[in-house]
Design a protein around this ligand. Structure first.
Ligand code: HEM
Length: 411
């Protein structure tokens, strides 16, 4: 923006000519003109990593979007809160308790993935979840890579990982079908059962590999972003003791209101107002999704520039999140920005906006808050590497995974 223009400029991204639209106006334009002037566009690498012949990643996510509301609407989510609590407690017991030093990013990866496995496909087995989580890293890195299909390239690793996971997921689908027949699984227990029993308008069931593809898309969207967010929460709470104290006090207040062993409920999470402002400030400073692409579906003018049909366009969360016009002293960590009415429309966009607004936003809020609750209740911590770099692959992550020294609270 400072080199070319604060509003619109042309550049090359993912081997394409791209018009980058900046600021709240650019975000609003791209996010609210879906199917009028623009449509979602994914780089060619995406369809090669998900090589369904008659489908694309885009159509898969569109279909997922239509099915998701039943599973991740607020009413449905309420019953997930106690399950999230149990999975999170297990995660801390297995990954953090008794350790002096941990690598945050590895742990937040285990956490977000085992939770997604539990909620979406009822996988309880932590070992199985860990085994499946490794190839996901390669898929995500492969999607946003230069599509050179040679051994050792991130792109080839992404394709291999996707093939491997689709096979594993097909096996999980087959097993669930048997469990449903034998009454060991229920039709409403999770999205996997729903997809298996779903009939299209011609009364046909989905093919097994089709179900596997949908679950794959959901698991990717549903956990990678949370790994990054929870890891950066750990980073900022280590750096900012007064913010840590605010979160700690709020969470202890809630903890004290519970009977021993009583699990968190939806109402408890609605009391975590300060903690959520802290999480929002983390999402502002380090948005997991930096921005996404659109494609022009007709010729149009934008801000005096002509955009021809077929051109790719890009919106970036950072063009507003780090802009002092909307967030004074943008590098300062200040959760009070989210008080009252909060940021102006289309300036705080970690979950996008318009018709493609992230359908997992509420799920993400719950998992992040449950994580923060158990994190601060159990520990204080300090960073091992004072100025660790942040790398983007494509989610932001600390270069060395954010190793921290942890100090359990004395009870
Ligand atoms: C901190 C967590 C999350 C962040 C920051 C995030 C961010 C985003 C963003 C920015 C988009 C819009 C992309 C666009 O407009 O091109 C999006 C879409 C999407 N997200 Fe999330 N997301 C998160 C968690 C989740 C979770 C937990 C799920 C699933 C349970 C999920 C599922 C999806 C799906 C399926 C889409 C595609 C929607 C569509 O194209 O209509 N996300 N997400």
């Amino acid at each position: 923006m400072s080199k070319f223009s604060p509003t619109t400029f042309r550049t090359s991204l993912m081997l394409e000519d791209v018009a980058v639209l900046c600021g709240a106006q650019g975000n609003k334009f791209l996010l609210s003109n879906e199917n009028k002037l623009v449509q979602v566009w994914w780089p060619a690498s995406v369809d090669k990593i998900f090589p369904s012949t008659n489908k694309t990643y885009k159509t898969e996510t569109n279909k997922m979007r239509k099915m998701l509301p039943n599973f991740i609407k607020p009413e449905a989510l309420q019953r997930y809160v106690p399950i999230m609590d149990v999975v999170t407690q297990q995660h801390f017991a297995n990954g953090w308790d008794g350790k002096e030093e941990v690598v945050t990013y590895e742990l937040t990866r285990n956490f977000a993935f085992s939770l997604a496995c539990k909620i979406f496909v009822s996988i309880d087995d932590l070992e199985l979840a860990r085994y499946l989580s490794v190839p996901f890293k390669n898929i995500v890195a492969g999607i946003i890579s230069i599509p050179i299909d040679l051994p050792g390239t991130p792109f080839r690793r992404g394709i291999n990982a996707s093939n491997f996971l689709r096979k594993e997921l097909v096996a999980i689908v087959k097993k669930r079908k048997i469990d449903l027949d034998e009454g060991k699984a229920t039709p409403t227990q999770d999205i996997l059962s729903h997809l298996i029993l779903f009939r299209d308008k011609n009364g046909m069931f989905l093919e097994e590999h089709d179900i596997a593809d949908k679950i794959l898309a959901l698991l990717i969207g549903g956990h990678d972003t949370a790994i990054s967010t929870t890891a950066f929460i750990v980073k900022y709470l280590a750096e900012l003791p007064e913010i840590y104290n605010g979160v700690y006090e709020e969470q202890m207040e809630i903890a004290k209101s519970k009977a021993p062993g009583e699990l968190l409920k939806w109402e408890d999470l609605s009391k975590m107002k300060y903690s959520w402002k802290v999480a929002c400030e983390v999402l502002r400073l380090v948005p997991p999704v930096q921005g996404t692409f659109r494609e022009a579906i007709s010729d149009f003018m934008y801000n005096g520039d002509s955009i021809p049909k077929g051109w790719k366009l890009y919106w970036s969360a950072n063009s507003t999140h780090k802009n002092h016009e909307f967030f004074p002293e943008p590098e300062k960590f200040d959760p009070s920005r989210f008080e009252g009415n909060g940021p102006a429309p289309y300036t705080f966009v970690p979950f996008g906006g318009g018709p493609h607004l992230c359908p997992g936003k509420e799920y993400a809020r719950l998992e992040i808050l449950v994580f923060m609750h158990h994190l601060v209740r159990r520990f204080k911590w300090e960073k091992v590497i004072p100025d660790e770099h942040i790398v983007f692959n494509p989610m932001p992550s600390p270069a060395k995974g954010l190793p921290i020294r942890i100090y359990p609270h004395k009870i």
